[in-house]
Design a protein around this ligand. Structure first.
Ligand SMILES: [Zn+2]
Length: 394
């Protein structure tokens, strides 16, 4: 009887759990990755990239930087390729390194290696490239569930040309991109070295949530607080244009040297850059091992075309999708589980549900100019949405 009473008393005793870095949720692999990222590696890359001086797209120096990035990726045993693009009379190439996963879902970490004419671009965006290279160096020693692509774009300063080509090409090939983590200007911090800005659209907020969880779980190792934004001005925008998801890491403070000859390595805070690299790489590693139970993709209308009454009549070069006379949508659900339903929205307003394949829906509305189409697929306990921008004349 007494024993029983003691047992009851023990059960009733208040027990408090304080989440700390030493809790069970700490993943050894992620911990090790964070610990392997050091200032020496980032400084090494920043130094070399800065030594090239200004390297705008199309310049000989820009090609030399591309070669340097290519070789560094190759040294880590990654499969590396150049992806050539041309737009408005300007041509350039992206450098892509692939770490093959067990699935064909793809996760991307990216930055742009071109600069403006006058600037050596130590922060804009050698800082981002240094993070991508460091991340490739460390993560290539591990294997992940999903495929990771480490990408350096050019043509960013002209108008996201390299990334637009990349996203379009991936889209046309039907690649299943989970998301892109873009870093552009992540090495400047004079006062605010414990904060970082992460921008997303609504469909990509889950990536910021993931980064926030990493920042919390590994607080003592990373020491960064996330400030949420919705800035569009970098290569992640190209992914949004093709209905993909992504986020954009940016230093918290405004960099007064932005696009000037003063954007040099002397103004880079290597300790801050290292913390950003830890956060971005750990977030990437975490997502790369999470199973994807459902992915919704709007496959019709296809992005980059003019549709008349539900049929594609003209293929367009860019990402504009123009619908005349009718709005007909078809969604595809990638899942090994049973699909329960697909909901269809127009500018965040619910219009209808389809329960059986094909998941096609025709909107009975009149609409003009810019709007958004969204499809949300459901399996038991989970959902995924996909949103695309359209221009209508209905
Ligand atoms: Zn930039």
């Amino acid at each position: 009887m007494k024993k029983f009473a003691i047992a009851i008393a023990l059960i009733l005793l208040p027990v408090h759990f304080y989440p700390t870095d030493s809790d069970a949720k700490i993943d050894e692999k992620i911990s090790e990755i964070i610990d392997s990222i050091n200032e020496e590696t980032l400084l090494f890359y920043e130094n070399i990239l800065a030594s090239f001086g200004p390297h705008p797209t199309g310049s000989e120096t820009c090609d030399m930087v591309a070669d340097f990035i290519f070789n560094e990726f190759e040294k880590e045993g990654l499969k590396v390729e150049y992806q050539y693009w041309e737009k408005n009379g300007i041509s350039g190439k992206n450098v892509i390194a692939t770490l093959q996963g067990k699935t064909d879902f793809i996760l991307i970490i990216s930055a742009h290696y071109d600069t403006v004419e006058v600037s050596p671009g130590a922060d804009d965006d050698s800082s981002g490239v240094a993070v991508v290279l460091t991340s490739a160096k460390i993560l290539s020693k591990y294997s992940f569930l999903h495929t990771i692509k480490f990408v350096a774009f050019s043509g960013e300063e002209q108008g996201l040309y390299g990334s637009e080509y990349f996203a379009r090409n991936s889209y046309k090939r039907g690649e299943k991109i989970i998301g892109d983590i873009q870093l552009d200007g992540v090495g400047y911090a004079v006062k605010e070295d414990r904060k970082v800005r992460i921008s997303s659209n609504s469909a990509s907020k889950w990536i910021v949530d993931m980064a926030e969880q990493i920042a919390l779980d590994y607080k003592s190792k990373i020491d960064l607080e996330i400030s949420r934004h919705d800035y569009m001005g970098s290569d992640h925008k190209s992914f949004y244009n093709y209905g993909y998801e992504g986020v954009f890491f940016l230093e918290y403070e405004f960099n007064p040297n932005y696009h000037t000859s003063e954007d040099t390595i002397e103004h880079i805070n290597i300790n801050y850059l290292t913390k950003i690299c830890k956060l971005a790489s750990a977030t990437l590693a975490k997502i790369a091992d999470e199973s994807i139970d459902i992915m919704t993709r709007i496959v019709e209308p296809e992005i980059g075309g003019i549709y008349f009454s539900g049929r594609k009549i003209i293929e367009l070069d860019g990402h504009l999708t123009i619908l005349i006379g009718k709005i007909k949508v078809r969604a595809e659900i990638i899942s090994s589980k049973e699909v329960q339903r697909v909901d269809f929205y127009f500018d965040n307003r619910f219009y209808g549900t389809v329960y059986e394949k094909p998941y096609e829906f025709t909107y009975k509305i009149f609409a003009f100019l810019n709007h958004k189409l969204r499809a949300v697929g459901y399996i038991e306990g989970k959902s995924d949405d996909n949103e695309i921008s359209i221009i209508c004349f209905i």
